[in-house]
Design a protein around this ligand. Sequence first.
Ligand code: ZN
Ligand code: ZN
Length: 368
Amino acid sequence: MKKIFFVTIVLGVITLCIAQMNTTISTSLIDTTLNENENIYLNNQAEALLNQANTILSKYSPAWPEPEARQSALLLLDGVFHDVYAPHRPPVQFFLKTRIQKAADEIEQTNIKNGAQIWKLYNHGFIVRTKSVTIGFDLISGKSAGIEGFFIENNNMQRLINQCDVLFVSHYHNDHAEEWVAQKFIDQGKPVVSPSDVWKGSSIYKHITHLKRESHTLQKLPVQGGKKELKVVVYPGHQGKDVLNNVYLVITPEELSFSQMGDQYYDGDFEWIDEVGNNHDVDVLLPNCWTNNIVRVSKGFNPALIITGHENEMGHTIDHREPYWLSYQRRKGSDRFGGSIDAGYEIPLILMTWGESFHYKRGKFINH
Ligand SMILES: [Zn+2]
Ligand SMILES: [Zn+2]
């Protein structure tokens, strides 16, 4: 009896000590339906799982065929990021910020001899660098999540902006467009291209480049103060019937082509989507992972490679914080967001998380 009493006391003291240690990590009730220890537990678990994902992802870079271990790491991220309160949790904030900082370090140090390096940033943001140009798509700091501690710091956003020659903005939603980011491009004399309804009424509006939304038509866009020129098609896309969503096809001076689809989701647009590949060679398609009928989209564009974006956007409720596992399923065949469980697509798919990059070289993939 005495022994049990003694053990109980010792255990009690240990528990108190651990509780005190943990209290120094976090005292806030991030999820108010849980008590403090439960919140601390979820913070610690997020840290452990994200550390493990980082270890795997740093060992196995994005590649095709995909190393199996990468899939496990990305599914770990789905698990952590589908906690409703994920963007409030310090390890998640740290994961995003350190990955973007590392990407900025890399971009500053990377010269391309051939092909293109494609960095995935937050949400649907991408930076594509070839030998002669660097293109930014939908670069944002994560303010769409609405949680201050989660935003990418201004100095790291500025470092990304400094590396780009141009910014393409797909549409006005704040998980794709940030006026602060656009203004920094304008301040540096770099073009910002967007649909005509973005930042209307704001002082920045007159500085924005509005190209014609016209299927298959190539338009010229000078960059680097006119030293280089991009060819651009602005496909007249939509998110639903009413939101203008520019789907850019950008062709670099090396004749490499990249298409970022913003939040493309509208049945009526298959009229042009079905014909893209018949009009232009597409090297890399960067669709929103939840775009309408990705199998039909992949047939229409017929790209050499697909790299999806928009997974785990923290501004969305968890039912639309789209997971990596769904992108795997949609490639095999799924009726989620259009399509059917009987028909998938064969085009290689590279899935990446924030800050990762992939080197694309034409001819390396099956159909180009
Ligand atoms: Zn949108
Ligand atoms: Zn979006």
